[in-house]
Design a binder for this molecule. Sequence first.
Ligand SMILES: [Zn+2]
Length: 306
Amino acid sequence: VAPPANVSQAQYVGRFAPSPTGPLHFGSLVAALASYVDARHYRGQWLVRIEDLDPPREQVGASKAILGCLEAHHLFWDDEVLLQSQRLDAYADKLEELRLRGLVYPCYCTRKDLVDFNGPYPGICRHRPFRDKPHALRLLTSDLPSTENALPIRASFSDELLGHYHCPQTLGDFILKRKDGLFAYQFAVVVDDIFQGVTHVIRGMDLIDSTPSQIFLFERLSARSPYFGHIPVALNDQQQKLSKQHGALPLISNRSADNLRAALHFLNHPPPPEFTKATQKEILQWAIEHWDRKKIPRENAIPDYR
Ligand SMILES: [Zn+2]
């Protein structure tokens, strides 16, 4: 298989990065499978990272259940699983690096202060003097007269699957560390992608509007941004993204071959009829061989579990 122009076989590193908020469901299987098959099609590595940064939202045993479920589906990863909860020192170091460069400022705003704004953060705290009270830390992003090293976020990027993509709005001066002391998702993800040498991020469309901010942060950290490709997300019949909160059922591991076929169907790569009785391994081999990025649908959809 010839790799696309920007992929040299030796340099593809993909990843799947679930949060341990519950067991995998059909929607998360689609995301795992797309990133896995894309990586293997281009003979790349595929890593798994557990995004366990937010203890209150986590479910006991979920990390183990997720990894067990990936294995039941024969989605075997390379290297060791990276746990974000073990990476707090790395995040603190990168945050300090940005702070020393004058790119981080404390934000004392409460939810109430921001209730009238529904766009990006309006920069209220950029010039507030430091106060000894709980605060979040934000990344300075746009041009300010007083700050020559700040840059605006570019709202457009070239998506591997969708082509040119323009975000209606960017996140603005987004939070790196929350007021409750937890590192923010947007920040940890970028620090970890740099650390793991991730070159290709294939993930759900629900995350697309944070991509320009993440690309911006890669550049601020003097790292090369990965290529991003966004796949459609599976919806429930109320047109909401399938999620535990919206009642998505956990995957049944002993039906993993059926689950894989349904997920490939969703990605418009239905295995031929003779694969009805195939094993997980055979289905995955077929998918890796026949994977064609151009066939992936561009719209979120309600799955048809055939
Ligand atoms: Zn503020």
